[in-house]
Design a binder for this molecule. Structure first.
Ligand code: ASP
Length: 596
């Protein structure tokens, strides 16, 4: 036996008793006569003391010890001397007077000290991930991740869900991103794909009668890496039979409220999950993932703008543009430079520019045009200003920001500005999780070539009353599709699925799949639909992002044991890597010239 107790668990109960501990040498202080070592394992730290008067041989061995050596020690637990206590650790009043030691493993000098510091570069951290993971903060995050999935398991099992593993080697079928593919040795020239999600499999499990399925599932998407994406991510994947949209949303709401309260007691969660349609979210916040921890709602002013005699505004309105505003309360102190800086920011989001009206502080009652300032002020009438103020609710001391242009760009730029203002003005309570459901997304998006693409995936069902638009006006079709968003981030997506073969074929048709593509790519699902399908729906809920939020981390790499870098490589193992000629020839693969 190497130990009979974990380091961080030594307590007054062990006082004057003999215990055996094992762990890593964390800090070592050699005071000549006495050698003090902080012994570390995953539970914490225990100070151990080597005194030559207790054991000369042991003390000699302790002189050799260096950081990160692994040892097992036995001795008596004693109170530390008064004044030598450490209130920062749970064992801080105690120490172990070592009688014997066994050195289990030696360590080279590590490239960084195993302490919680932000100063180590991520590259080094990922290359030596085993050392990085030894740090208490990393241990805590990975443990939290375990607690989250354990809670999901327990909660869903109690709700009669069955955990079912679905294969990782599947057939390549389109689901929005590019597939990772794996060559087959047995069937030369053929490829498996790694699942972008278990979508079709979980639907088939509903056809198979499992009724309620979940899986902590790995999903693989070969996407161009945007910030903080991983080629493989984990999601809580679930599917339910005989349900409507509200049933799925209620289940997930219950799960998340209970889960968060259980795993992180210091974060507060607003139990009311606001439900907004996609149109409402876009109108009020300019985004389908609004951060509801602060208000700063947008106001459309296109009608009022029709009466503003400015060429810039009138020309824009003629080309179907819209004018929208957001009010920054109490921001009258902004100077010219601030406005230029904010203008640059929204221009980076695609906006043509930023119009503002600065209303000075200290005006009681009517705000006169001449009291205000802003680039287009000379074009407004008092009536224009009155209307803008009435519509936006702006007050003395506020700044009204306005953007005119294409609806999409106006919305996304103002959504960006809204968050930016909230950050600069410190309006965000980092300790609260504010969830919302966004529903009624359009079923299709139009791509740059004018073809219709599924907004989410091809299996989401249209609103029944909108199916009439499928043939001639697909852009109008709303879907039974819902996203869970939290603090401005999409945490998951789900839908009620199509469970009727002909409707599914119709949707494939709108997207432009030929009959042979449909039969090749989706034949298995359509065939299954011939044998009695329960109405069903479900969700995929990102686990990495959730755990990152619960750990107050911005990057999901912080909560994944072995993440890939932004360029999709694994610095510890060195993947992706080339394979041998022999492996290639077994697979009948010949490489062309390689793009470095
Ligand atoms: N398969 C979907 C996804 O991964 C989630 C779902 O609709 O259940 O995004």
């Amino acid at each position: 036996m190497y130990r009979d107790l974990m380091c961080g668990k030594v307590s007054l109960q062990n006082l004057d008793k003999k215990v055996k501990l094992a762990g890593w040498v964390s800090k070592r202080r050699d005071h000549g006569q006495l050698i003090f070592i902080d012994l570390r394992d995953k539970s914490g730290i225990m100070q151990i003391v080597f005194n030559p008067e207790i054991s000369q041989g042991t003390h000699l061995k302790a002189k050799e010890l260096r950081s990160e050596w692994v040892i097992s020690v036995e001795g008596y637990v004693k109170n530390r001397l008064e004044g030598a206590e450490n209130t920062e650790i749970s064992t801080g009043k105690l120490e172990l007077i070592v009688e014997s030691i066994e050195i289990l493993s030696k360590s080279k000098t590590p490239p960084f000290e195993i302490i919680d510091s932000n100063e180590i570069s991520e590259e080094i951290r990922l290359k030596y991930r085993y050392l990085d993971l030894r740090r208490a903060s990393m241990q805590k995050k990975i443990k939290l991740r375990h607690e989250v999935t354990q809670f999901m398991w327990d909660y869903l099992s109690k709700k009669d869900f069955t955990h079912i593993e679905t294969p990782i080697l599947i057939k390549s079928t389109p689901e929005g991103a590019r597939d990772y593919v794996v060559p087959s040795r047995i069937k030369n020239g053929a490829f498996y794909a790694l699942p972008q999600s278990p979508q079709q499999m979980k639907q088939i499990l509903m056809v198979s009668g499992f009724d309620r399925y979940f899986q902590i599932a790995r999903c693989f998407r070969d996407e161009d890496l945007r910030a903080d994406r991983q080629p493989e991510h984990t999601q809580l994947d679930l599917e339910m039979s005989f349900v409507h949209q509200n049933d799925v949303m209620d289940l997930v709401e219950g799960l998340y409220i209970n889960l968060i309260k259980n795993v992180n007691q210091s974060i507060s969660i607003d139990n009311t999950f606001e439900r907004l349609t996609y149109d409402q979210a876009m109108e009020r916040f300019g985004s389908d993932k609004p951060d509801l921890r602060f208000d700063l709602e947008l106001t459309e002013l296109s009608e009022i703008a029709k009466n503003i005699e400015s060429n810039i505004i009138q020309n824009s309105l003629r080309s179907k543009s819209i004018l929208k505003a957001v009010v920054a309360k109490g921001w009258h102190t902004l100077g010219r430079r601030d406005f230029d800086r904010l203008t640059d920011l929204v221009k980076k989001q695609g906006a043509g520019g930023l119009i503002y009206i600065n209303i000075p502080k200290g005006i009681d009652g009517q705000i006169n045009l001449e009291d205000t300032s802003g680039p287009l002020n000379k074009f407004y009438t008092q009536e224009n200003l009155d209307q803008i103020i009435a519509e936006t609710g702006a007050k003395s001391g506020d700044v009204i920001f306005m953007i005119i242009g294409d609806k999409k760009i106006v919305n996304s730029s103002l959504a960006f500005l809204r968050s930016h203002i909230a950050k600069e003005k410190n309006l965000i309570d980092k300790n609260i999780m504010k969830f919302a459901w966004i529903t009624d997304f359009p079923l299709f998006d139009q791509d740059e070539n004018g073809s219709w693409q599924p907004a989410h995936h091809v299996f989401s069902s249209p609103h029944e009353e909108d199916t009439k638009f499928l043939d001639n006006d697909p852009g109008k079709v709303r879907a039974n599709l819902f996203d869970l968003v939290c603090n401005g981030v999409e945490l998951g997506s789900g839908s009620i699925r199509i469970h009727d073969r002909s409707l599914q074929e119709k949707v494939f048709d709108v997207i432009g799949y030929s009959a042979s593509e449909v039969s090749n790519l989706f034949g298995h699902l359509l065939d299954a639909f011939e044998y009695g399908v329960p109405p069903h729906g479900g969700m995929g809920l990102g686990l990495d992002r959730l755990v990152a939020m619960l750990s107050y981390e911005d990057s999901i790499r912080e909560v994944i044991a072995f993440p890939k870098t932004q360029s999709a490589s694994d610095l510890l193992f060195g993947s992706p890597d080339f394979i041998s000629e022999e492996q290639l020839s077994e697979l009948s693969i010949e490489l062309n010239e390689i793009n470095e």
